[in-house]
Design a protein around this ligand. Structure first.
Ligand SMILES: [Zn+2]
Length: 176
């Protein structure tokens, strides 16, 4: 395994819609190595999610490990060719997000409070899972990367963009 370079804001790879992955290639050694590298890169950063375009691979794959921040108890997940749907009469969630491709900044976004996701796991097996709360926000953030969308576009109010230290000083205790 090895760490991958993370593309930063301004790199066109972050703005390009990523290509679907041929399910027959999921078992290939190169693909499995990429998954292992992405997990290691995410943990080293550290981050709670990492999408393939962030490591210069324009394909529809992301890894995430949102932990138990709001008792959602989601462990390490590897999602290949994910498709999202939003539950009817679903609620919204506003939270502060950061991005490994936009180091040092965070902003308040608006996300769906729950999403259903169909995807292949790293063995190519079809899965369906509902994610809620913080984990749902992570899924939407990483999924957006596959469409070339960054969290800045999900901010209703761009004045709520802050450097990490200023966020910690002025906003962290607001409960959002
Ligand atoms: Zn990101």
């Amino acid at each position: 395994m090895s760490l991958r370079m993370i593309a930063r804001l301004g790199n066109p790879v972050l703005l390009r819609p990523a290509d679907p992955i041929d399910p027959d290639l999921v078992g290939a050694k190169d693909f499995q190595r990429l998954v292992d590298d992405m997990i290691e890169t995410m943990m080293e950063a550290p981050g709670v999610g990492l999408a393939a375009p962030q490591v210069h691979e324009s394909i529809r794959l992301f890894v995430m490990d949102p932990g138990d921040r709001d008792d959602s108890d989601v462990g390490l997940e590897i999602l290949v060719n994910p498709r999202l749907s939003v539950p009817e009469d679903g609620d919204y969630l506003s939270l502060w997000e950061g991005c490994l491709s936009i180091p040092g900044l965070r902003g308040e976004t608006l996300r769906h409070a729950a999403v259903d996701v169909d995807y292949l796991d790293r063995n190519g097996e079809p899965r369906r899972r509902r994610f809620e709360g913080f984990a749902a926000a992570v899924v939407q953030h990483e999924y957006d990367h596959l469409d070339g969308v960054l969290f800045l576009k999900r901010m209703p109010d761009l004045s709520l963009l802050a450097f990490d230290d200023q966020y910690a000083r002025w906003f962290q205790d607001c409960g959002s």
